[in-house]
Design a binder for this molecule. Structure first.
Ligand code: NAD
Length: 498
C-alpha cells in the first residue's frame, strides 16, 4: 500500500499514530494511506519554517521571482504525471486535471512579476523636509488549508503569492486527495526554493486546530465548505491571526428570454456537470425568465444532458468521472431524493448509476430537476454533484432577487443579448463574481477570486493584488532629515497640516 507522508524538513519522524484512506474513485478501492499529523508534526514544520524564513525574505524579489519561473518550467515538464496523479485521487478527467494545474500555474505566472507588485508608495515633501514611503513585508509564516476539489489550483493560489512575497508556507491539503500538493512542494525545492519555505503537513480537524492555535503562524488561508470556513475564521481570528476563509456556493445562471439558448445549453452542460459538479464555481441552478423561456430551455436541455457520457477519469471520451468518495455519492443521492420529496420534478434521474466494469466506483449520473422553489432545503443547500435544478422566475427582478437573497454569493451568470440588462444585473446582484454570457466567471490570476455572504469570511480575496495584501503587512516610514531646517515648534501638540 502506497504511504503518503508529510513533506517537512527533517522527514516524517516515524510511523503516524493515525492514518487516513485515499480511494481510487474509479474502482472504490483504497489506493493509499495518508499520515494524519498532530500538533507535534506541525511543531517540526514550524521550527523549520522559522529557521528558513528570514533568509528567504532577504532574498531580493527578482531572485525570488526566478524560482517561480523555474517552478513553472518544472510543473509544465511534469504536467502529465501530475494530472494522472490528481485524476487518480480526485476522479476528474485528465484534461480537466490539467486545467486544474494550469489555473494554479497562472497564479505562478502572476508571481513571476512580484517585484513590480511589491513596490511601495512614496511621497516626497509630505511636510517641510519630510518624505513618506511604504513597503510591504511578509507576515512570516503562513498556512493554507485546502479542499479536495482543486488539489492543484487552490494550493497554488496560496503558495505562489505567500512564497513570492517572502513568507514560509505550510500547506494542509485535503486528506481525500493529498498527493499533488506534496509533488508541488517537491518541485518547488527542485526549482531552488530553500528547504523549509514550502512544506506539507497532512491531517484532519486535529491538524487544522493545531494550525489555528499556533502562535508562530501569522496568516491562514482556508478554502472549503462554509460551516468549516466560518469555524476556521472565528478560531483563527480569536488567536490573533489574519484569516481569509472561502466557503461553499450555489451559483445561479439566469437566462433571459433574448438569450441564445443553444449557447446557454452548451455552457450549462459544462458548467453544471463538468468535474461531476464538484466545483465551487459550477452552475447548479438555472433560472429561466418567463414560462416560454423555461419550456424552450428544458426541451433543449433534456437531449443535451442525456448525451453526457460518464466514465472513468482516464477515459478521454467521457464528459465527467466519479465523485470523490462513496460518502459524497450517498450524500448527493440523498439531496436528489430530498428535492423530490419537497416537490421537485425529477426530469433526468442520476441516482443508482452504475458503470459497467466499475460497479464499485463512485459514479453519479447527470440529474435534472424542474420546478424547484426557493423554500426548498435542497435549493438552499449546496449539493456539489452533477445535479442541475431549474428554478423558474417570472421576470428579471425575481431572477435577480433569487441570486441576491441566496445564502451563498460566490458566482452568478446572466445570459442575454441586452447590454442594458447585463449592466443592470452586474451592478445590482449581491454576489462576488459575475459572468455575462460566461458560465464560470473565475477571474484570471492577476485579478482576484472571492465570493460574498457565506461564500467567504474575511475581507481579502485570493491571488492578484488582494492576495499580495493578504500575505504582506504594510509598513509606512515618515522621515525627516533636520539639517538646515528651522528648529521645530511645540512638540506636545500633534503635528497637523493646518
Ligand atoms: P471541507 O470543508 O470538508 O474541507 C476543507 C478542509 O477543511 C480540508 O482540508 C479538511 O481537512 C478540513 N476540515 C474538514 N473538516 C474539518 C473540521 N471539522 N474542522 C477543521 N477542519 C476541517 O471541504 P471539501 O469537501 O474538501 O471541499 C468542498 C467544499 O469547498 C465545497 O463546499 C466547495 O464549495 C468549497 N470550495 C469553495 C471554494 C471557494 O473559493 N469559495 C473553492 C473550492 C471549494
Amino acid at each position: 500500500m502506497r504511504q503518503i507522508d508529510h513533506f517537512i524538513v527533517g522527514g516524517s519522524g516515524g510511523a503516524p499514530a493515525r492514518k487516513g484512506q485515499v480511494f481510487d474513485p474509479n474502482t472504490g478501492a483504497v489506493q493509499a494511506e495518508v499520515a494524519l499529523g498532530t500538533a507535534e508534526t506541525l511543531e517540526r514544520a514550524v521550527a523549520a519554517a522559522k529557521a528558513a524564513q528570514p533568509a528567504w525574505a532577504a532574498v531580493n524579489p527578482q531572485r525570488r521571482a526566478r524560482v517561480m519561473f523555474e517552478f513553472k518550467r518544472l510543473v509544465e515538464a511534469n504536467l502529465d504525471e501530475l494530472a494522472h496523479l490528481l485524476s487518480s485521487e480526485h476522479g476528474k478527467v485528465i484534461a480537466d486535471s490539467k486545467g486544474d494545474i494550469q489555473r494554479g500555474l497562472e497564479v505562478i505566472e502572476f508571481c513571476c512579476g512580484i517585484p513590480h507588485v511589491l513596490k511601495g508608495e512614496y511621497t516626497q515633501g509630505a511636510g517641510p523636509g519630510i518624505d513618506i514611503y511604504s513597503m510591504r513585508q511578509p507576515i512570516g509564516i503562513g498556512a493554507g488549508i485546502t479542499p479536495f476539489n482543486f488539489p492543484g489550483m487552490i494550493p497554488l493560489w496560496m503558495a505562489g503569492v505567500a512564497i513570492a512575497t517572502g513568507n514560509a508556507f505550510i500547506i494542509k491539503p485535503s486528506e481525500r486527495d493529498p498527493s499533488v500538493p506534496v509533488r508541488l512542494a517537491e518541485l518547488f525545492l527542485e526549482a531552488g526554493l530553500p528547504e523549509g519555505i514550502c512544506q506539507v503537513v497532512h491531517g484532519d480537524k486535529e491538524m487544522v486546530d493545531a494550525i489555528l492555535d499556533h502562535p508562530a503562524i501569522g496568516a491562514v488561508s482556508f478554502v472549503g465548505s462554509s460551516d468549516i470556513a466560518h469555524y476556521v475564521y472565528n478560531r483563527g481570528v480569536a488567536a490573533g491571526k489574519r484569516v481569509q476563509a472561502m466557503g461553499g456556493a450555489k451559483n445561479h445562471g439566469v437566462v433571459m428570454p433574448d438569450a441564445d439558448l443553444d449557447q446557454v445549453v452548451n455552457d450549462l452542460a459544462g458548467a453544471a456537470f463538468g468535474s461531476a459538479g464538484e466545483r465551487c464555481m459550477a452552475l447548479p441552478v438555472v433560472v429561466p425568465v418567463g414560462e416560454e423561456t423555461a419550456e424552450a430551455l428544458k426541451a433543449k436541455l433534456i437531449p443535451a444532458i442525456e448525451k453526457l457520457r460518464v466514465g472513468i477519469s482516464t477515459d478521454n471520451d467521457c464528459h465527467y468521472g466519479p465523485v470523490v468518495t462513496a460518502a459524497h455519492k450517498a450524500n448527493i443521492e440523498r439531496w436528489i431524493t430530498k428535492c423530490e420529496q419537497e416537490g421537485g420534478e425529477i426530469v433526468i434521474d442520476g441516482r443508482g448509476f452504475s458503470l459497467q466494469g466499475h460497479e464499485n466506483g463512485f459514479f453519479v449520473g447527470p440529474t435534472l430537476i424542474d420546478h424547484v422553489t426557493p423554500d426548498m432545503e435542497s435549493y438552499h443547500n449546496e449539493i456539489f454533484g452533477p445535479v442541475l435544478q431549474i428554478v423558474r422566475a417570472k421576470d428579471f427582478e425575481e431572477a435577480l432577487s433569487l441570486a441576491s437573497k441566496h445564502q451563498y454569493g460566490n458566482g452568478v451568470a446572466l445570459f442575454t443579448r441586452s447590454g442594458n440588462a447585463a449592466r443592470e444585473f452586474a451592478a445590482r446582484v449581491n454576489v462576488g463574481m459575475v459572468g455575462i454570457n460566461v458560465p464560470i466567471p473565475v477571474p484570471v490570476a492577476y485579478h482576484t477570486f472571492g465570493g460574498w455572504k457565506r461564500s467567504a469570511f474575511g475581507d481579502t480575496n485570493q491571488h492578484g493584488v488582494e492576495g499580495v495584501k493578504f500575505w504582506t503587512k504594510v509598513k509606512t516610514v515618515t522621515q525627516r532629515w533636520p539639517e538646515g531646517l528651522p528648529s521645530g515648534g511645540n512638540a506636545f501638540v500633534i503635528p497637523t497640516m493646518s
